[in-house]
Design a protein around this ligand. Sequence first.
Ligand code: CTP
Ligand code: MG
Length: 258
Amino acid sequence: MSDDSRPSPSGARTAVVIPAAGRGVRLGPGAPKALRALNGTPMLIHAVRAMAASRAVSLVVVVAPPDGAAEVKALLDTHALPGDNPSGSWGMTDFLVVPGGDSRQESVKYGLDALPPGIDIVLVHDAARPLVPVDTVDAVIEAVRDGAPAVVPALPLADTVKEVEPTAVPGAPEPVVATPVRARLRAVQTPQGFDRETLVRAHETVTDDVTDDASMVEQLGLQVVVVPGHEEAFKVTRPLDLVLAEAVLARRRLNDGF
Ligand code: CTP
Ligand code: MG
């Protein structure tokens, strides 16, 4: 059965680009971060499953480490879900693998370049956020369908944030410049959702270094909106995050009763 058999209510077709080409320097030495295991399954596979869990998602484009595309393709094949088609699709979701670049931005661009015609909505989701719940994915897609050109899931901050004048010397005291009002700040997660044409234009236009895709759309002068994120959509960045991720998986298994 092809994914065309379940068009979205709006008729829009949605793809997800998963940048997974990073090394994971902050996690410490080892395999590229996306390929490291959480409870025995590579982080990337958790992330792909989280996206494929949304009925609206018809295509997942994985942006693999530059020299790891074949390995990633093999991983997707060996971790196929029950009821899959023989090749190139997972259940009702097709997938593609492309090699990534030197920066996250470049990797996302390569993923966008691989999108076929007929995709109207694009989500960009970090492989490093393997545990995002499907409800968050669906909420982002819904907000794009409702007309927002760019949608980001985000949470209020627990910590107060200071803007500083960074010093060149590591560990040296840094002068505080400002304290933004915490209640107005949000910590941004992924998947971020976009009207495809808008995101492609943003990647063609903006050349500054950015840390998320939505900020490129902001630079086009378009309105980006925030929807509620989820605490389980945290990014696995440092070793302690692996402990938290495995604890979340253990809690899920308990709750699912197996
Ligand atoms: N990413 C990518 N291509 C790059 C760099 C990063 O696709 N050249 C991806 C990562 O694989 C990750 C996401 O972008 O899924 C978010 O980046 P980050 O958490 O910073 O991951 P890494 O860059 O791998 O980690 P670090 O910065 O600690 O090296
Ligand atoms: Mg990085």
